[in-house]
Design a protein around this ligand. Structure first.
Ligand code: COI
Length: 356
């Protein structure tokens, strides 16, 4: 094997600490983590360790200059076999490596990423929750580890995967504020990457929106403040007159794997789905004409989050009640059923976790 993996098992399982009836996103980690280091131009020392703190210099470049990227993916148990399964894992490797390239970081070989995921999920399979909408959330991430304060790309990196049992990220429909002052991403920037700094930059605007009574921000393009980009940490979908519209992925929009899966699933169900630029003006005009059926966000963590209303330049626009909606609730069920292997794997997206 090109990348041998050593395993140190935990002596004290944390399973008893998990309240499976009340899962808080990202709070309790499972027992183990996967770690690999990039040194002298090579990935080395692949290992599974008990989850816990890692000693590190406060000078590591990941902390100072933001060379830090991550992925979010989920494992479930198949309702058919009871065994752990992954959903389109290869897309997460590809996306992490696109992020790495943009941030001048080394690519992680698919073999290391996937073997780490398989081994970790197999080992911590008892942490996979089985209630509706829950999953084992995996967080592969990479950061620069040179202890050096000059500004340049680091020579050394660490890749880590940890996991935690999670329930729905947004348990209720969200109220959103359309961005007027702040911008999430510009053309030519890093908006398409899952870079830690992208999320840091949205925190102050999100806090400000929260103080005004909103849950999330609907980001517009930074040039004209006209076209929809993303919603909070999610891709955005708008349904006008039965047609599903979502902005095309550009260098300022994350290529969501849930987004892509929904497009396939909705088209397969006969819905018309358009990937095109959509302006906030078009959304408002559709609302005024009584044709704005629905809006929702999609993401790995959130799955689908229905939008109850949005506010633009001080004016509030209420959307139809969730109970009467045709697309969002159905799309949510389609993807959730798919991920737990409760329907046919039409697109060949499911991968059983290998046992060792
Ligand atoms: C995900 O959907 O996995 C995300 O990246 C959102 C996360 C930042 C909570």
């Amino acid at each position: 094997m090109k990348y041998p993996i050593s395993v140190e098992l935990t002596k004290q399982s944390r399973l008893a600490e998990v309240d499976f009836d009340n899962l808080i996103f990202g709070r309790v980690m499972s027992d183990h983590m996967f770690v690999a280091d990039y040194i002298d131009g090579e990935w080395t020392d692949c290992r599974i360790l008990p989850y816990g703190p890692m000693p590190m210099s406060p000078a590591i470049m990941g902390l100072h200059y933001g060379q830090a990227i991550f992925e979010g993916m989920k494992a479930n148990k198949s309702t058919k076999t009871g065994e752990p399964i992954l959903f389109r894992p290869e897309l997460h490797v590809e996306r992490l490596n696109r992020s790495a390239k943009r941030l001048a970081m080394p690519e992680i070989p698919a073999e290391i990423f996937l073997e780490g995921v398989h081994r970790l999920v197999d080992l911590d399979r008892d942490f996979i929750p089985q209630s509706e909408g829950s999953a084992l959330y995996l967080r592969p991430h990479m950061f620069a580890t040179d202890a050096y304060l000059g500004v340049r790309a680091s020579d050394t990196y660490r890749f880590v995967i940890m996991s935690c049992p999670v329930g729905p990220y947004y348990p209720k429909p969200v109220k959103i504020k359309v961005a007027e002052k702040y911008v999430r991403a510009f053309p030519g920037g890093v908006g398409f990457a899952k870079a830690a700094g992208n999320y840091a930059a949205t925190l102050a605007p999100a806090l400000e929106a929260k103080e005004q009574g909103f849950d999330q921000i609907l980001w517009l393009d930074g040039k004209e403040f006209k076209y929809l980009q993303e919603c909070g940490t999610m891709n955005i979908f708008v349904v006008i007159d039965g047609k599903v519209i979502t902005p095309p992925t550009t260098d300022a929009i994350l290529a969501g794997i849930t987004r892509d899966s929904l497009i396939h699933l909705l088209k397969d169900k006969g819905f018309e789905v358009e990937e095109r630029n959509i302006s906030i003006q078009e959304v408002i005009e559709a609302h005024q004409a009584g044709k704005l059926d629905e809006m929702f966000g999609s993401g790995t963590a959130a799955v689908i989050s229905h939008i109850s209303d949005f506010s633009y330049k001080g004016k509030n626009f209420e959307l139809s009640p969730i109970q009467g909606r045709k697309v969002g609730p159905m799309a949510k069920k389609l993807i959730q059923d798919y991920k737990v292997d409760a329907v046919e794997d039409t697109f060949n997206w499911l991968l059983p976790v290998r046992t060792t």
